[in-house]
Design a binder for this molecule. Structure first.
Ligand code: COA
Length: 416
């Protein structure tokens, strides 16, 4: 099966999560992704949160599959020359260094563009260029706080809360991948590369756009009808934290099922879709609610939505989350069990679809990772293990035209 990005060569100058998530995705779809790492140490995540001594940590292996690793000290003269050769032969350079690091290394956008006018340079930073915080170094939770996610996540009586989903990191990487693919298509039209920049703050804001919707609604009418604070609580002038409320026009909540007292995940998410009210009433054995004016419309239900949820919880009390979903699915009610990571790791459907995959690794044996969430009719991405530090250094140098002696010299000068 041919891979659509075959023939695209990417210099992967990324580390930690935001950049590596982007380049990993492109590698799955066929790009030749060359991860450039500092000799001796490499990407810091190789060593972070290790579960096996002396073997690359899962943090690294799960974000760097399907890549090749080249060690290169880009601060030595010889290292800079290797990078220049690579830039001349590549299609894309992706980086997520701290602000100004690439310029200090001597590889500003202007210089890269001069070396290879067809090259696309793709950057992740915490804040966008010209932002009053554009000098800051940023990690995941910093971005979630600056992007509106933390102030709107959690419960109203608790502090701002960050999400477990990597809204600042992997999400930014996905935005960058879209930018890179767009620039590749643009290059087909103009013959020239361009700089693609995505900030972590902007990417979080993009996913929080419904909260900006809510801010404007709140400014205009002073309340938000789908939040738990309505109609009995108070609204200030900022979007509050809404707990587990649904973010659209259909109320929903996380509800307890059988066993919740001992199992932290014995819950389902239950959604009350307006047009599904009748099947909900039938599923719950409450046919009298269908015509009752206190229940028949979303507006009528809202003042006592939590009493309705309590009634549903009473119905759920003798059902496991799986049993409950098996009943509710027959009534077309949007719902799902709250799944633990252990359940996800062992889910046969996720294994069959390739979303959870087991891949071999030279040091670790096999490990589980998340495969492509994007499914194609004409492509089945094959996920391979991540490279060891510098595993492909000699091979890549040879491809760049270095002789065996020159490669040996680069090793002895510690440039690679
Ligand atoms: N050879 C030589 N030097 C190298 C190198 C190589 N192969 N790779 C990196 N370096 C150098 C850089 O040039 C930089 O040197 P300088 O600061 O002396 O100019 C240095 O390593 C450190 O880079 P930096 O990216 O600033 O690392 P950090 O560990 O201090 O900061 C982050 C980490 C993630 C906070 C920072 O990179 C950042 O804010 N990135 C942008 C946002 C982002 O992607 N955040 C992470 C999301 S997961």
């Amino acid at each position: 099966m041919s891979k659509p990005l075959e023939g695209i060569k990417i210099i992967d100058f990324t580390h930690v999560q935001a950049g590596p998530a982007c380049t990993q995705l492109l590698a799955w779809f066929g790009a030749d992704v060359i991860k450039v790492e500092r000799p001796g140490s490499g990407d810091v995540t190789r060593n972070q949160l290790r579960d096996i001594p002396d073997a690359d940590a899962l943090y690294f292996t799960m974000l760097n599959s399907n890549k090749r690793s080249l060690t290169l000290d880009t601060k030595t003269q010889e290292g800079k020359e290797v990078l220049e050769k690579l830039v001349r032969e590549s299609d894309v350079l992706v980086e997520n260094f701290g602000p100004g690091a690439l310029d200090r290394m001597g590889f500003s956008w202007e210089r890269l563009n001069e070396l290879n006018p067809k090259l696309i340079m793709a950057s992740v930073k915490g804040f966008s260029d010209g932002h009053h915080y554009d000098d800051l170094k940023v990690y995941e939770n910093v971005a979630q706080c600056a992007g509106g996610a933390a102030s709107t996540t959690g419960f109203w009586d608790g502090p701002p809360t960050v999400s477990a989903a990597a809204l600042g990191d992997s999400n930014t990487g996905m935005h960058l991948a879209i930018g890179i693919l767009t620039a590749i298509i643009g290059r087909g039209q103009t013959g020239r590369g361009q700089k693609v920049a995505v900030s972590m703050q902007d990417s979080v804001i993009n996913l929080c756009r419904v909260k900006l919707r809510d801010q404007q609604r709140l400014d205009r009418i002073g309340y938000l009808e789908e939040y738990p604070q309505y109609p009995h609580g108070e609204f200030s002038d900022v979007v509050p934290r809404g707990g587990n409320a649904g973010g659209g026009g259909q109320p929903g909540w996380v509800l307890k099922c059988k066993g919740w007292e001992t199992d932290p995940n014995a819950y389902i998410y239950f959604t009350i879709q307006g047009h599904a009210w009748e099947p909900i009433c039938r599923a719950l054995g409450k046919p009298e609610w269908i015509e009752d004016p206190n229940y028949a419309t979303p507006q009528a239900r809202q003042p006592h939505i939590f009493d309705i949820f309590a009634t549903i919880e009473a119905w759920l009390a003798d059902k496991t989350k799986y049993e409950a979903v098996d009943i509710l699915r027959k009534f077309d009610i949007p719902c799902a069990p709250v799944l633990s990571m252990k359940e996800i790791a062992n889910d046969p459907s996720l294994r069959a679809s390739g979303t959870i995959v087991e891949v071999p690794h030279k040091e670790r044996g096999t490990y589980l990772t998340v495969g492509s969430p994007i499914k194609f009719s004409g492509l089945k991405p094959e996920i391979t293990g991540s490279p060891l530090l510098g595993e492909h250094t000699d091979e890549i140098l040879a491809e760049l035209g270095y002789s065996k002696d020159q490669i040996a010299n680069l090793h002895s000068s510690r440039s690679v």
